[in-house]
Each structure stands twice: as structure tokens, then as C-alpha cells.
Design a protein around this ligand. Structure first.
Ligand code: FAD
Ligand code: NDP
Length: 523
């Protein structure tokens, strides 16, 4: 029987099983494997990033024959990197290390107030920072290769695309082509930074986060365009590292996040040296003989035009999925019409039953490393380990690593009001001063937190928001409590750890409704 007929048969079986609401991906895989024994692999994973590596390593633990393909198309500026995907090479890891470098600069200044004799003019060596960051990345690239090898996952440094629903073409680094067939496929190709095609010179002269962390040249005076995670984080650490940094924002900061918190995050950045160009969009980027970039932009409200010279222009205006070169139509996998991301059901199954998608490439899922990893692992367990545990995309915690970090889990205040109505919501909040800010006299105006609770019963906490030092470390623990059904009653009956910022979370007692001053005073 041909693979196409097989696919049609599988589709028919799946439709039938779906109709009885009993389909599981494992069942579909089982039906397939009984009727064909000639497949070369049990599983082929396309994309060796956070999700793809987790899925392939886990699948191999069940003794399955697994291959993972990973290929990095160079950025428009020519940047490329090793195994591990976005997080390891051009995302979480270099970002957090550069954020840390910026925080250390701030701490060195604070240290003077704690008695350290610090010279007046401290400065950063970008030339030392970049190799330090890149060396760590290389060790992670190597570690991932070793792990695949140890788990007996076949790794191909190759670009994959579908020939038919059970066959892919793998184009290796040296141009050699291979044809591989498998019973199951997982697409985990992630995404890449978007450039505004309508802005002349943007792609030609601008860079993205794909280029920044490995740039040998210090960025110098930089314009960051965009106002979400990537833009705010990059602008934040560049300012902290001592570069003259401007951020161009066309609308609001951190769309989708709690807007009170987002405003505080950007206010802190503005007070700490990042220049904000609000309600502005780029119009064109030109380069002169000296390599300087002349950016023309306009104000969206007045249409007024401006021009200024920068050394680096960083576009951080979102990411597009890497689906265009996968030949998905040959496999029958549907993508979202606008975003071109892959449409999947709650078991990450695409419109083709034996083809799954995880991580950033999947429509309507958070673009976060731990999400991709967990989804990949659980999928492998369901496919080969008899598990029926689905990935739970609810209450996923996250942190924006801006100079003053913002950690959050659950609903924003706006979303909670939308879902439940203002009368049904109680918001407990507090402005506080971290002890470590007091001696150096650091401004703590934006150190704030709130718990968004339902008013009924024990007041279940539906959203928790924290701005302050080490926000990721603080929110991680509380997110576990939220998964266990945290209520305001249990939160406020928890004994704090003194003296910490996190203890303020369990001591919040002023409601927004009361109108009382939520500033924490005293010890
Ligand atoms: P990726 O990690 O992007 O991996 C996909 C891989 O597939 C890539 O190596 C790609 O080159 C490869 N590929 C693509 N097409 C093909 C093909 N046809 N054949 C073979 N290989 C292919 N998340 C967090 O949780 N915390 C953070 O602090 C954080 N910081 C970030 C900072 C930045 C600047 C960015 C850009 C992202 C950040 N993220 C963060 C998001 C996180 O990096 C992603 O959510 C995560 O990497 C997604 O994993 P993935 O497996 O879906 O895709
Ligand atoms: P997002 O899609 O989250 O945000 C895009 C930003 O660019 C928005 O501010 C948007 O403004 C703006 N924008 C879009 N188009 C234009 C344009 N043509 N001109 C000017 N501005 C424009 O993208 P990011 O790249 O910031 O982040 C991608 C994902 O990566 C995030 O969703 C996140 O999940 C992940 N990530 C996670 C991090 C973490 O965990 N700490 C860190 C970094 C990334 P508007 O609001 O007006 O549309």
C-alpha cells in the first residue's frame, strides 16, 4: 500500500476515532506500525532546539529509532550558530548573561556605598564579554551533541523538508541530500526575527537578536525598535552596559501583559537611562560611508518626521515561524493563514495524525523554552511510553529580564476583569523597597507587586505579578503554589522569610478597592 493511501487511511481512522472522542496519538501510531514495518525511523524530529532535543532524547529512552535534524539558516547579516536552537544560541542564555553583566555594573556602583573602594570610571569591555558568553554557548552546543550521542539519537546537521507525509528530504551542510522515512514526525523548527519589509534599509543595515550576542563590534549608540520581551530586555541590558540606547515604541509596552506592571517596567527603564521614542515608527534606514546609520522615523499621531544617526539599529518586532521551507503542503499539514504557524490540537497533533508540532512553531502557545521542552517530553511519553498526559499551557510563569525584572503567572488584572467582572475581583497590592536598595539610595518607585484574586470563598489567586530583583526566582515558587490552587487565605497564612522581597508577597493586605496607600513601611 502506498504512503499516500496509508495517510488517507490513517486520516479516515483518525476521523472515525475522533468522532468517538477516543483518539490518542499513540493509538494512531500503533495502527500505523502494525501495518508497515519498513519505516526507517520510529520518529524524525525536524529542529534541534529546546523542544526538538527534549522530544528526541525522551523518545530514544523508550528504545525507539530516532533522528533529529537541525540546520541554522544564516541571518541576513550572516550570523549562524550550533546545535541547541534559539534559547541556547541567540535567546535566553546569552540574553540572561548580558543582563547579568549589566546588573553587575549596577552592583559595582552600589558597592561603593557598602564600603568597597571602586575606581570612579569603571567601564565594560564588550570584547571580553562576547567571548565569555560565546564560550559558554559552545560548551552547551557540545553538551547537546554528546547527550544525543549517548541517548543514541541520530543527529543530522541538515535542513529538512517534506516530500510526502512519511518522507523527508534532508539537505546536509555540504549539499548532499538524503531521503528519510518515519512513522512519526515532530516539527520543532521554532521561529526567526521579523524585519519590516516596508522600511527601506531595515533588513540590509539593521540587525536582530540573532546578531547582537555574537557581534564582535561593540554596538555603540543603539536604536532598538519594538516594545515587547526582546526589545525591552535588549534595550535594558545595553543601557546597563553603558551604551547610549533609545527604544522606539509604536504603541504600548509588553502587549498582552498586565498593563500597570508593563508601564512600571518601562518607567523604571526610562528613569535609568533608556530613551523612549513613544508612538513612533521607522520610515527608512540609510548607511553612510563611515558605516553610520541614519534613521528616519515618524510620529504616528502627528506624522512629524525625525532623523538621527546611530551605530546599531536592532529590530525586535516579533518572530515568524520557520514553516515556509518545510513543504508542509506535500505532507498535508495546515498552517494558520495569517501567522503561518502550525495549527495543532491539544495533543500537539497537526492536521496529519502522525505529524506533531511543538514549541514556538505552534499556533496560540507561549513562546518559551520550558514550554517547548515540556511539550516535547510529554509528547514522546504519549507516543512511545503509553502516557496520556497532555501539556497544560495554563498558568505558565514567565519573567521579563528588564533592569528591574517582572515575573508573572496567571491572569493580568485586565484579563481577570474581562473574564469575571470587576465586582468579582479583589486585587491586593504593595509598593515596597528592597533592603539592598536602601544603603545605596536606589530608586524603588517601581518595586511593586499584586495578587489578583477572586472575591468568593477563600479567594483563589488567579494572577500574581512581581516587579523587583530576581523576579524569576520569586515567581517560580509561587507558580507551583498557584498550580496547587493557591488562595489569598493560604498565601496570607504563609510565614515570610525575612528580610526578602518575596516575603512582601505573603504580607500583602491592602486592596485596590480600599483606596488605602499600599506602600510598605518599616521592617
Ligand atoms: P528553537 O529553539 O528556535 O529551535 C528550532 C531549531 O530548528 C533551530 O535550531 C532552527 O535553526 C532549526 N530549524 C528550522 N528550520 C529547520 C529545518 N527545515 N530543518 C532543520 N532544522 C531547522 N524563553 C524563555 O523561556 N526564557 C527566556 O529568557 C527567553 N529569552 C529569549 C530571548 C530572546 C532574544 C529570544 C529570541 C527568545 C527568548 N526566549 C526565551 C524564547 C525561547 O528561546 C524559545 O521559546 C525557544 O527557543 C523555542 O524552542 P523551539 O524548540 O520551539 O525552537
Ligand atoms: P512580540 O511579538 O512579543 O512583540 C513584538 C513587538 O514589536 C511589539 O511591541 C509590537 O508592537 C512591535 N512591532 C511589531 N511590528 C512592528 C513594526 N512593524 N514596527 C514597530 N514595532 C513593531 O515579539 P518579541 O520578539 O519581543 O518576542 C517574541 C517571543 O519570544 C515572545 O512572545 C516571548 O514568548 C519570547 N521571549 C521570551 C523571553 C523571556 O521569557 N524572558 C525573552 C524574549 C523573548 P505592538 O504591541 O504595537 O504590536
Amino acid at each position: 500500500m502506498s504512503f499516500v493511501k496509508h495517510s488517507a487511511r490513517l486520516k479516515h481512522i483518525t476521523r472515525h476515532l475522533n468522532a468517538h472522542k477516543s483518539v490518542t496519538s499513540a493509538a494512531v501510531a500503533h495502527v500505523f506500525s502494525r501495518s508497515t514495518n519498513s519505516q526507517e525511523y520510529d520518529l524524525i524530529v525536524i529542529g534541534g532546539g529546546s523542544g526538538g532535543l527534549a522530544c528526541s532524547n525522551e523518545a530514544a529512552k523508550y528504545g525507539k529509532k530516532v533522528a533529529v535534524l537541525d540546520y541554522v539558516s544564516p541571518s541576513p547579516q550572516g550570523s549562524a550558530w550550533g546545535l541547541g536552537g534559539t534559547c541556547v544560541n541567540v535567546g535566553c542564555i546569552p540574553k540572561k548573561l548580558m543582563h547579568q553583566a549589566a546588573l553587575l555594573g549596577e552592583s559595582i556602583k552600589d558597592a561603593r556605598h557598602f564600603g568597597w573602594n571602586v575606581p570612579d570610571n569603571i567601564s565594560l569591555s564588550w570584547e571580553k564579554l562576547v567571548p565569555a558568553v560565546q564560550n559558554h554557548i559552545k560548551s552547551l552546543n557540545w553538551g547537546h551533541r554528546v547527550k544525543l550521542h549517548n541517548n543514541k539519537v541520530e543527529y543530522l546537521n541538515a535542513k529538512g523538508s517534506f516530500l510526502d507525509p512519511h518522507t523527508i528530504k534532508a539537505v546536509l551542510q555540504n549539499g548532499t541530500e538524503k531521503t528519510l522515512r518515519a512513522e512519526n514526525f515532530v516539527i520543532a523548527v521554532g521561529g526567526r526575527p521579523r524585519f519590516p519589509f516596508e522600511v527601506p534599509g531595515a533588513m540590509q543595515y539593521g540587525i536582530s537578536s540573532d546578531d547582537l550576542f555574537s557581534s564582535e563590534k561593540p554596538p555603540g549608540k543603539t536604536l532598538v525598535i519594538g516594545a515587547s520581551y526582546v526589545a525591552l530586555e535588549c534595550a535594558g541590558f545595553l543601557t546597563g552596559l553603558g551604551f547610549d540606547t533609545s527604544l522606539m515604541m509604536r504603541s504600548i509596552p509588553l502587549r498582552g501583559f498586565d498593563q500597570q506592571m508593563s508601564q512600571l517596567v518601562s518607567d523604571y527603564m526610562e528613569n535609568h537611562g533608556t530613551r523612549f521614542l513613544k508612538h513612533c515608527v521607522p520610515v527608512r534606514v540609510d548607511k553612510d560611508d563611515r558605516g553610520l546609520l541614519h534613521v528616519t522615523w515618524k510620529e504616528t499621531e502627528t506624522g512629524k518626521s525625525h532623523q538621527e544617526t546611530f551605530e546599531t539599529v536592532l529590530f525586535a518586532i516579533g518572530r515568524d515561524p520557520e514553516t515556509s521551507q518545510l513543504n508542509l503542503e506535500r505532507a498535508g499539514v495546515e498552517v494558520h493563514q495569517q501567522t503561518k504557524k502550525i495549527v495543532g490540537n491539544n495533543s500537539e497533533q497537526t492536521t496529519v495524525p502522525h505529524i506533531f508540532a511543538i514549541g514556538d512553531v505552534l499556533q496560540d502557545r507561549p513562546e518559551l523554552t520550558p514550554v517547548a521542552i515540556r511539550a516535547g517530553k510529554l509528547l514522546a511519553d504519549r507516543l512511545f511510553g503509553g502516557s496520556d498526559i497532555l501539556m497544560d499551557y495554563d498558568k505558565v510563569p514567565t519573567t521579563v529580564f528588564t533592569p528591574l525584572e517582572y515575573g508573572t503567572v496567571g491572569l493580568s488584572e485586565e484579563k481577570a476583569i474581562d473574564m469575571y467582572g470587576e465586582d468579582k475581583i479583589e486585587v491586593y497590592h504593595a509598593f515596597y523597597i528592597p533592603l539592598e536598595f536602601i544603603v545605596p539610595g536606589r530608586n524603588a518607585e517601581q518595586c511593586y507587586m499584586k495578587a489578583v484574586c477572586l472575591r468568593e470563598g477563600d479567594q483563589p489567586v488567579v494572577g500574581l505579578h512581581f516587579i523587583g530583583p530576581s523576579a524569576g526566582e520569586v515567581i517560580q515558587g509561587f507558580s507551583a503554589a498557584m498550580r496547587c490552587g493557591l488562595t489569598y487565605e493560604s498565601l496570607s497564612s504563609t510565614v515570610g522569610i525575612h528580610p526578602t522581597c518575596a516575603e512582601v508577597v505573603v504580607k500583602m493586605h491592602i486592596t485596590k478597592r480600599s483606596g488605602l496607600d499600599p506602600t510598605v513601611t518599616g521592617c
